[in-house]
Design a protein. Sequence first.
Length: 232
Amino acid sequence: MSLILDDADRALAAAAPLFAEIDAKTILWLLDGAAVTTHPDGGLLFSRGDPADRFFVVLAGRVNLFALTENGDQSIIEVIETGHSFAEGAIFANARFPLNGDVAAGTRLLEIPASGFLKRLSERPDLTAKLLASLARWQRRLMSEIADLKGRSPVQRLGSFLLALAASAPRDGAAATVTLPLTKSELASRIGITPESLSRAVNRLKPLGVTTHGRRFVIADPDALRRFCGAE
């Protein structure tokens, strides 16, 4: 279902890193014609190779960008959270989505039609350089993250992921409690390990004071976990 963009959604979209170097008035002009779509049941948003006729900002919920292995299994490449844009690179490149996109149940998206957006950019060539600079920063961050994962053990990969969540999690003294935004199988794919390796990694974190109850993890000593993961 499509909805008209309200003031709160405009503000959230304008705060997306993609638009970091563009003033608020210009952002609203670029977003003219965008609409909010709701996905109460979740599901596939687009498939690899589909025409990239739009891009998105997550207003609530999350989106998994994934590739399919030769066996047909999902390999999650990126998890897009609230306040972030995605698929914009495709409208500048070959106009085809390079990955598959799957939305979680309850997700709300801002969909920006590519045709109108690109037409406005053609009227303001100076904006294109600013947007491409933002995309380049995102790509460098993603490549750095992938390289970092390859250099860590499965236990360290899990610990690092939990620490990233803990950065904005509520604290009870020194301890931090985090709730996974993914299923455990999705998490395994996200950090590049098998579900079996994830189970072993969870058990190996227990001596470091990390306990789990379903998707909820309690990190008793984040500093100790940080040292173990080599994050200091």
